[in-house]
Design a protein. Structure first.
Length: 324
């Protein structure tokens, strides 16, 4: 369903009263949405996705006013990051308000928030009049959807109304960070389009950006922390190569094996992210038994590739490093 006017938006909002969920387009991936104050519909998200209860949901807002209603604290750093990156692919983890149910936060005292950079979904949230929860519109641990057709192929129409906003322009899930005022630390939870350097540039004096595993008392609960995630239906083998000659030999060998689908990604990180899930979906369709992806070793240590490499490590059934 494509929306272009107030009547169409109202019809989409009414889907919630019919007991259906709504799949929304964002710049990252499509999300499976329910209003934050409709616990029965929030529960349907977990049921339809097969999502475990210990995995919190990201709340999507259409304004900073809505975001502030979801939290008990909105520090200056939250305002600074939101003003620079919202709408956009950055999720902020902050202490939650009483409005956010424990089911949404997976029992954590915090809530994950972001403002998606998609005009259709922002208009939909405004028409609804309150924030929505919206994890990726896929079955749990499977490939994330980047087109409306991906969602339609996964969920029946009587359960999920799909808003068609075109192909996602970022293609991988948002960067997630947690703001810890007492520790003067921004905890790095998940890489995405927005990198570490861009975040460090906005930190106040005396603050640091640190890995979540370094946090005293354990890591904060956050979406996207599963070790196996974003997986295609067929085994994915990632081959890391050191140079073009090695890559050429590997291409020749893989092309002679009818059991495998050989794929490569564009050499630019944003282009690679944009087509990653779509490429893996196409690779699933053939008669091949597995998918073989060739990745240059230089990508592994380059900050601009961190989001793509993170998704590949979680999606891979096998990760083959060069023999030393």
């Amino acid at each position: 369903m494509a929306l272009h006017d107030e009547a169409s938006l109202a019809a989409a909002v009414a889907a919630f009263d019919e007991g259906r969920l709504v799949a929304i387009p964002t710049e990252t991936v499509y999300g499976l949405a329910a209003p934050v104050d409709r616990p029965e519909l929030v529960e349907r998200i977990f049921q339809l996705k097969g999502r475990p209860p210990g995995n919190p949901l990201i709340v999507h807002v259409a304004s900073r006013e809505q975001a502030r209603a979801c939290v008990s604290e909105w520090p200056d750093l939250a305002e600074e990051l939101a003003s620079h990156f919202w709408p956009g692919p950055l999720t902020l983890v902050l202490p939650k308000s009483a409005w956010i149910a424990d089911r949404i936060s997976a029992g954590q005292p915090t809530v994950a928030l972001r403002m998606p950079d998609h005009s259709l979904t922002l208009a939909f949230i405004r028409a609804l009049g309150r924030p929505i929860v919206a994890p990726s519109a896929n079955l749990f641990t499977r490939l994330s959807p980047t087109t409306a057709a991906d969602v339609v192929a996964t969920f029946p129409n009587d359960q999920v109304l799909v808003l068609d906003g075109g192909a996602c322009q970022v293609g991988i899930e948002s960067t997630i960070v947690a703001i810890d005022g007492p520790a003067r630390t921004l905890w790095w939870l998940r890489p995405g389009r927005i990198g570490r350097a861009a975040l460090r540039a906005l930190l106040p004096p005396g603050w640091r950006l640190a890995e979540a595993k370094e946090r005293p008392g354990g890591e904060l609960g956050s979406p996207g922390r599963m070790q196996a995630h974003y997986r295609p239906d067929k085994p994915l083998r990632v081959h890391v190569v050191t140079d073009p000659e090695q890559a050429g030999r590997l291409r020749c060998r893989l092309d002679q094996d009818p059991r495998t689908f050989r794929m490569e990604l564009p050499g630019h990180p944003e282009a690679a992210a944009r087509c990653l899930y779509a490429s893996l979906r196409r690779a699933e369709l053939g008669d091949n038994e597995c998918i073989d992806l060739i990745v240059p070793q230089a990508w592994l240590a380059a900050p601009v590739w961190e989001g793509v490499i993170n998704r590949l490590r979680k999606a891979a059934s096998e990760w083959r490093e060069p023999v030393r």
